[in-house]
Design a binder for this molecule. Structure first.
Ligand SMILES: *Cc1c(COP(=O)(O)O)cnc(C)c1O
Length: 396
């Protein structure tokens, strides 16, 4: 029999769980988009968005998903034919590069594969060899959601500086902003992209491009720039209708305000990071014990290279698919599918643990996985759940 009736839990790596408060904040009559309450409220979003990214520079808001933010970032800094160095550690890093190529950039891909992080030494070599500075931008993802690897963005800045290379450092933080620690200005990131539907707990539909003055100087030359994606009018709130290049995403903005209240004003960003870290550790503790007597293992071996927002797990031949189907049909939890780029995708599933997640949600997923492994006769160390509980008991 199925035990899936009850409140369903979508534990995929985006869209994440939207808090009821966020949904309720969106449930209202349409506001005036030219003056008054909405316009005043939107001004309050900008400082909080900057706090979450650790920047005093600029943030442009767009009505789009993460792919839109990718395109927005690229067209504001590039001209057709510009060389771009793309650092692949999974589907998303590679995808951002493919978009740059489709827009007319001359891309060079360094692909580190789906099981490791960016090899900084290799990047440093390529930068040092580029003596006439043909490379205009370096594209990296902090967390590639397809592999759950976390890259060392700060080390890329060091590599650029040591090579005395002027290329812009661009980071995709769509998966991990508000989950994994990030400091845009301290780490010397020139452009960063994020979406609202993962760590920022708001239904999909808004995305953000952060940029500093070096990146904005590139905007003067960029011949890919188009009116809709131009970031300049979007940091000038004087004429609000232009700020969003048309009608503002009224209800999303109210939802986002509520989510930012929860993150910045109530829980506090460092506590939000800490919560994600403990919940991720609980997941990894379970995986480690399960793996002691079975095929289970986290895709990324080294813990400090794993994201606190999402975990890709290999459960052994065909078992990722079987467990996902079992969890959905019998247990009321939907887990993330594997994305392109893995040799045996059916071995894997992804656990989203970003945004509005707490101890009972994570333990509930782990308990379901352990029950599912028992039901499907997938060998596993029997005390994984206890190991996860211990992490939570010690942290709480
Ligand atoms: C989700 C995600 C994207 C794509 O975002 P969409 O909103 O689906 O377009 C890009 N990069 C990363 C790292 C992501 O996690």
């Amino acid at each position: 029999m199925s035990l899936s009736q009850g409140r369903h839990y979508l534990a995929i790596p985006g869209p994440s769980v939207a808090p009821d408060r966020v949904l309720q904040a969106m449930h209202r009559p349409s506001p005036n988009i030219y003056r008054g309450e909405l316009v005043d409220m939107v001004a309050t979003l900008v400082p909080d968005l900057k706090t979450i990214a650790g920047t005093a520079h600029n943030v442009a808001m767009y009505i789009c998903n993460g792919h839109g933010a990718w395109e927005a970032a690229l067209v504001n800094i590039l001209s057709r034919g510009d060389k771009v160095l793309v650092l692949g550690t999974g589907r998303f890093g590679i995808g951002w590069g493919e978009m740059a190529k489709a827009l007319g950039a001359d891309t060079q891909l360094l692909d580190f594969g789906p099981h490791s992080d960016i090899d900084i030494a290799r990047v440093a070599e390529v930068l040092t060899e580029d003596t006439d500075h043909k490379i205009k931008a370096v594209l990296a993802v902090q967390v590639d959601t397809s592999t759950s690897v976390k890259n060392d963005i700060q080390a890329l800045r060091t590599a650029l500086d040591e090579a005395e290379h002027p290329a812009l450092l661009c980071s995709d933080n769509i998966a991990c902003l508000g989950c994994d620690e990030f400091h845009m200005d301290d780490w010397g990131v020139d452009v960063m992209v994020a979406g609202c539907q993962k760590g920022l707990m708001t239904p999909p539909g808004m995305a953000f491009v952060y940029f500093n003055d070096r990146a904005d100087a590139a905007r003067d030359r960029a011949n890919m720039a188009t009116p809709y994606w131009d970031w300049r009018p979007r940091i000038d709130p004087d004429y609000f209708y232009r700020y969003f290049c048309g009608t503002a995403p009224t209800h999303h903005l109210y939802g986002l305000r509520e989510a930012l209240d929860m993150i910045v004003k109530e829980e506090g960003l460092s506590q939000v990071w800490r919560r994600h870290a403990v919940l991720a550790e609980a997941i990894w503790a379970a995986l480690e014990v399960w793996g002691q007597a079975g095929p289970v293992r986290a895709n990324i071996t080294e813990r400090d290279k794993r994201s606190n927002a999402v975990t890709l797990v290999n459960f052994g031949p065909g078992n990722g698919l079987r467990l996902r189907e079992w969890m959905e049909a019998n247990y009321g939890v939907t887990l993330g599918i594997p994305l392109d780029g893995l040799d045996a995708p059916d071995d894997y599933l992804r656990i989203g643990h970003m945004g509005h997640v707490n101890g009972h949600m994570v333990l509930g997923v782990l308990a379901g996985l352990q029950a599912g492994m028992a039901a499907l006769q997938i060998p596993h160390g029997p005390t994984g759940l206890e190991a996860a509980m211990k992490v939570i008991a010690e942290a709480a």
